[in-house]
Design a protein around this ligand. Structure first.
Ligand code: 3YP
Ligand code: ZN
Length: 372
């Protein structure tokens, strides 16, 4: 059996205009100074793409072109009012904001957002069609905070939800799982699919990081969707010890119980020890290990169908090594590229499971029983 890995990047993903603020918009009144590099500047993702290229890994990947998502694709998960507002603000000379005041986009930004959602769809289409065994879509802007009626947290449209809805409504799949290892809560899919059992939404995230008022274990979905929203909040400071235990005792058992036909990974690298927007301690080898676990589980339950979609990750120097490790693992290829930061980061801890991490994860493991 041939195995190949699809890969999606588009030059325009590197052209998102996140504005001249650092995180908050620059304001003389509030004394938030302008700065040349927004925390979510697209350079971080472009640098990941360039490591995929410079390492030679790109030669082992099947490059797939993204097409812009259509209005109908977006409206499977978003209100028309949200879609129309994004288009209208995108037409303004200086662009607009996706909805919460910290998610700026530039003139014409809707085109890049549609291309990100379209990249997610294309990756799912290629994997479900059997054209590739699995895929990594290095898309931008991200999507997992975008809710039915608004963008949020740097996200304009919910790429992962749009791709999951495409899989269900267009490709006819009955069960799709989203595994969100971005360090922030996957509130968007929870908002969009909370009342549905057709999409299992598992989010492993730093407890009360962002959004700080969601992502609790007690949020479990409603009606037919009860049990199919599964939140695994982790105490700050955890690394591969906590993540491995969370995957082994919650995420993988949930996937085995649900038996999805497709697994979509919301793949952020902001749980890394170098990230400015969270307080976790993952390193590249930790992410590689999570990819391995999901690949093995996908081989068991979903014919190997696994699609990773880029979400957050804000260390321009470290995200590339995390992404390289994951994509190498998906492709079953080693480029021989060592994580250059291991000597400096490897001794900082995070690999041992601590008691309070185990306790928090054990509480989430009890929620798996309601999945069938
Ligand atoms: C959005 C505003 C403050 C925290 C930030 C989180 C964005 C992100 O990476 N979400 O996954
Ligand atoms: Zn994030």
């Amino acid at each position: 059996m041939t195995s190949n890995t699809g890969y999606i990047w588009n030059t325009l993903y590197g052209w998102t205009d996140t504005g001249s603020g650092g995180l908050l918009p620059p304001s003389v009144e509030s004394l938030t100074q302008p700065i040349g590099h927004h925390v979510a500047h697209p350079d971080t993702k472009r640098r990941l793409h360039e490591l995929i290229s410079a390492s030679g890994l790109i030669d082992s990947l099947e490059q797939i072109d993204a097409q812009p998502a259509t209005e109908a694709d977006v409206l499977r998960v978003h209100d028309k009012a949200h879609y129309d507002r994004i288009l209208a603000e995108s037409a303004l000379p200086k662009g607009g904001d996706a909805g919460d005041g910290v998610s700026p986009f530039g003139h014409g930004g809707h085109q890049i957002a549609l291309l990100a959602a379209g990249g997610a769809i294309e990756a799912v289409r290629a994997v479900v069609a059997g054209q590739v065994s699995n895929a990594y879509a290095l898309i931008n802007p991200p999507g997992h905070h975008a809710e039915r009626s608004t963008g949020r947290g740097f996200c304009t449209f919910n790429n992962g939800a749009i791709a999951a809805a495409y899989a269900v409504e267009v490709l006819g799949l009955k069960r799709v799982a989203i595994v969100d290892w971005d360090v922030h809560h996957g509130n968007g899919a929870q908002d969009i699919f909370g009342d549905s059992a057709e999409v299992l939404n598992i989010s492993v995230h730093q407890d009360r990081c962002f959004p700080s008022d969601s992502g609790f274990r007690e949020e479990r979905g409603a009606g037919e969707g009860h049990g199919y929203t599964l939140n695994v909040p982790l105490p700050p400071g955890g690394g591969s010890g906590a993540y491995d235990y969370a995957f082994d005792t919650v995420v993988l058992p949930a996937l085995r119980a649900y038996k999805p036909e497709l697994i979509i990974v919301a793949s952020g690298f902001d749980a890394s020890i170098m990230d400015p927007l969270a307080r976790m301690m993952m390193r590249s080898e930790g992410f590689r290990g999570l990819a391995r676990k999901l690949m093995d589980c996908a081989a068991e339950v979903s014919q190997g169908r696994l699609v990773c979609l880029q979400e957050g990750g804000y260390s321009p120097i470290y995200v590339p090594f995390c992404g390289l490790a994951v994509i190498e693992e998906l492709a079953g290829v080693s480029t021989g590229t060592a994580d250059a930061y291991t000597p400096i980061l490897g001794a900082m801890g995070g690999d041992a499971l601590l008691d309070h991490e185990r306790d928090a994860i054990d509480l989430a493991a009890a929620l798996v029983a309601d999945i069938r």
